[in-house]
Design a protein around this ligand. Structure first.
Ligand code: ZN
Length: 153
């Protein structure tokens, strides 16, 4: 067990025990729900985007395993205050980091710069070693994507 893996485990547990931005938002906030039947994880994303395209607020509901819940917490802190465009770029970096090659259409490997830009989210990289858990880690991002697509931007 390397020091880095210890650090990553600490970060994941910290987000799981003290989830950031948990709660709900009232309309006009958008609401999107995601479900991962493989593990039973459920994520609800409430998203408030201003006229200037900035994510003014985000709240997370739902329940599930430590990977899904900590990933949702990290995702919410990563995109809050960012523009929709920046959030989508981060989503691309995260999905690239979590991609595996078994399905034949893997995304490009993330660059070191992209990994750095992911901050705490980089802690989830080890999950790639457990293919069945990847959906746990990407669920909140897919749910965020639904909420963003609803905005029509
Ligand atoms: Zn899970």
């Amino acid at each position: 067990m390397s020091d880095l893996e210890d650090l990553y485990r600490e970060i994941i547990l910290d987000h799981y025990r003290s989830p950031r931005n948990s709660g709900t938002l009232e309309p006009p906030a958008r609401k999107a729900e995601g479900f991962n039947p493989l593990c039973g994880d459920e994520i609800i994303v409430y998203l408030l985007v201003g006229d200037d395209g900035v994510i003014d607020d985000i709240k997370i509901g739902g329940q599930g395993c430590s990977i899904s819940q900590s990933s949702a917490s990290m995702m919410s802190s990563a995109v809050k205050g960012k523009t929709v465009e920046q959030a989508r770029a981060l989503m691309g970096s995260f999905k690239a980091m979590m991609s595996i090659e078994t399905d034949g259409n893997a995304l490009a490997e993330p660059t070191p710069g992209e990994i750095r830009s992911l901050g705490d989210l980089a802690a989830l990289r080890g999950v790639v070693k457990f293919p069945t858990r990847i959906k746990c880690a990407t669920l909140s991002w897919n749910t965020l994507e639904q909420a963003l697509d609803d905005l029509g931007s």
